[in-house]
Design a protein around this ligand. Sequence first.
Ligand code: PMP
Length: 300
Amino acid sequence: MASYYNNNTWLWLNGTLVKASDAKMDFYSQSLHYGYSVFEGIRSYATENGTTKIFKATEHYDRLQRSAKALNMPYHWNTPALTAATYDLLQKNNLQDAYIRPIVYAPANMSFVQNDISFLAIEVWEMQPFLGDKMVRVMTSSFQRPNPKGFKIEAKAGGHYVNSILASQEAKAGGFDEALLLDINNNVAEAPGANLFFEKNGKLFTPALGNILPGITRATVLELCQNLGIAVTEGKFTTDDVKQADAAFFCGTAVETIGIQSLDDYTFPAHWDATASEKIQQAYKNLVREKSNSLIVETI
Ligand code: PMP
């Protein structure tokens, strides 16, 4: 297993910096027992001019707040203060390129009633792209994404990730790198921790919102498409649609953008370097590091 901290690591716990090895939480927490937590996955990057930049910090901390609200969890923090605290935490840990994991969790409570307090921890560590940097072989999962009528699907909630873990483990046990999950209507939805785009004749397609986590990277890709003049359609698609595509990729904060080599026994035929998808991948890499030729100027 990866090591996320050592004796010199600091984390932010309810407003104070504490050593990760000294931090404590309650074993009777409703979050531990029932998966009742909300969290974020954020990345920071060393930019071209040497400064550290948290990519889309506002979008992520705003989503954390919306996720907490969706689950009826009290939330008494605000995005600018949390963003500032995260920059301090990165500095304290001497990190520029980092993965940032804020998690809102519940107090001791073995019942299902609402709490009058929540806690927040922010952890940071170095993390390579989640699925590596080589094109991935993907399996259509036997697990569907959760029914939006059974879960607050637009929230990034701890319990939802049991579904992700099952799908990912199934794919790996089958000799694949990652899973692609369908929604309850058998349309393609998303990966366990990333959104999907596929490409046909230079145009991009991606599942519409409704059965997927509204990814911040997905939104960034949509912006990049607009800036690069690449046509993109959001809609309902089946695996048969994907298996007629020239190319495909996953996108998410942890995976960044990663090309898909194959889905089940279908190999995407286009040469990756000749695709619009590869242009998006390059543009995303430039954007997060604020390279001078990046196409979107970040305002935060
Ligand atoms: N879908 C799921 C299920 C995820 O866990 C993630 C990662 N948060 C994504 C999509 C991508 O979201 P984002 O681009 O905001 O990281």
